[in-house]
Design a protein around this ligand. Structure first.
Ligand SMILES: Nc1ncnc2c1ncn2[C@@H]1O[C@H](COP(=O)(O)OP(=O)(O)O)[C@@H](O)[C@H]1O
Ligand SMILES: [Mg+2]
Length: 139
């Protein structure tokens, strides 16, 4: 599916619809240029899965993990330049039994588990974003 959202809230609502279809173990890749709305999308999904605190981009760590009713992992691989087995050892626990969202999945190479849904965001103008969701979840 592909839609244009007109506000961050609309992007969050769309993410919540996807979140309702996800289960622990699922990985969602979230691609798009800086400012496209990747973190906004993850925030909406995380809220829908029961995460109550702030959801912001991991900056000083590679990821956040929220032990909500459904554990939620949020990874940002922007600074990652290729993963080796040791780095994968650090990353793997984020995915354990969680619904995992990965920004900049392209930087993860072949190490990431297969995505259940592939989300791609792009700028239309200041307040509009094109959001494409590829999955077999019936969204
Ligand atoms: N329709 C929209 N969907 C998502 N974000 C939007 C939209 N319109 C404006 N924005 C703004 O764009 C910015 C997106 O930032 P962010 O989600 O951190 O992007 P990224 O993680 O892709 O770098 C936020 O400041 C947000 O308020
Ligand atoms: Mg981000």
């Amino acid at each position: 599916m592909e839609v244009v959202t007109a506000s961050p809230e609309e992007t969050e609502r769309l993410a919540a619809r996807l979140a309702a279809l996800l289960e622990p173990g699922d990985v969602v890749s979230v691609s798009g240029e800086l400012g496209a709305g990747k973190t906004t999308f993850v925030r909406g999904a995380a809220r829908a899965l029961g995460v109550s605190g702030p959801v912001s981009s991991p900056t000083f760590t590679i990821g956040h993990r929220y032990e909500a009713p459904t554990p939620v992992a949020h990874l940002d691989l922007y600074r990652v330049q290729g993963i080796d087995p040791e780095e994968w050892g650090d990353l793997e626990p984020y995915f354990d039994d969680a619904v995992a969202f990965v920004e900049w999945p392209e930087h993860g190479g072949d190490w990431l588990p297969a995505a259940r849904a592939v989300v791609t965001l792009g700028h239309v103008d200041e307040t509009h974003r094109i959001v494409r969701i590829d999955s077999d979840l019936g969204l």
